[in-house]
Write a protein that binds this ligand. Sequence first.
Ligand SMILES: [Zn+2]
Length: 75
Amino acid sequence: MAKNSRIIDVKCPGCKNKIFKYKKVGKGNLLRCWKNKIITDNSIREGDKIKCTCGKTIGIDKGKYIKMERIQEIK
Ligand SMILES: [Zn+2]
């Protein structure tokens, strides 16, 4: 694992359920989730939309990555 990476939980902005466990590299907020860095995936797919089980859209599938609907702030 790269030394500046860590595992974060990506949560639904609606119900706070954990959507992804994600290997975040570097600093800054999470604008996109690279699929090869998603460790566990609890999302639901509806076409190219990535949704939480509560129905809230989390992001859009762009092929190699998921463009986050709402930028996740990383503390
Ligand atoms: Zn939710």
